[in-house]
Design a protein around this ligand. Sequence first.
Ligand SMILES: [Zn+2]
Length: 270
Amino acid sequence: MRVIEQQKNAVFKSLTELADAHCHLDIIHDAGLIRKAIERGVISMVTNGVDIKSNMKALELADNKNIFAALGMDPEHIVGVPEHELDRIVEFNLDLARQNRNRIIGIGEIGLDYKNEEWRQMASRQKLVFVRFIKLAAELDLPISVHARSALKDVFQVLEEEHAEKVHLHYFEGDEKDAELAVKRGYMISVPPIESSKRRRMIASTPIENLMAESDAPVVGNSPMAVEQSVRLVAEAKSIDFEGAAAALTNNTKGFFGFGRMQHGGLIRI
Ligand SMILES: [Zn+2]
């Protein structure tokens, strides 16, 4: 009897597959952490590029089995480069994504960040680049992973003006009202492994079909394994069990990014 119970548990455990909708594997220097996450059931991870170096690394890491790449340029690397070099760098990254269209599953990390006055002052520069990547995603028919620190209102506005469709709002920091607008537009929202009462209320009022889980490792979680905590937050806020939450969130992430389209090695099955 006990043996049967153990076997049942073993089978059940192996079915709890987790998907990390947003992380940065290029800056996790201990490859053992990534391996361990896969062993623990984090079977799919979307690693996001933020500049030329990390985009190249994301392409290198993507096996399109467990690790999938999104290429982009995040606000930090837009405000951080000299104005006269920006265009050349943007063009390089856009071309890199075009040339590797069949090896990537999304455009990201892109977006706006008004973390301080200096960065807010550079809103128009940030928006110009953000828009170019949104247009690229439409051209390549790929979803986008969007960063929106202290800039959710402007992000919503740009996305609407650009008629962006397949949108993932990563590390969502909005409230229930913001989430309602996102859901109305068909966007996906992802939950990082950080608890707050505002986030809990947002999760509780948002349909699970619009939610995904992310670790944002190593920026927020230490490794993609932290996505377990994000799943737990969703399970608790929605008063459902961990396995149920995991199954729904993993399914949403797979569906949104279309992992099923990718064949191991990076070729698209047609
Ligand atoms: Zn990120």
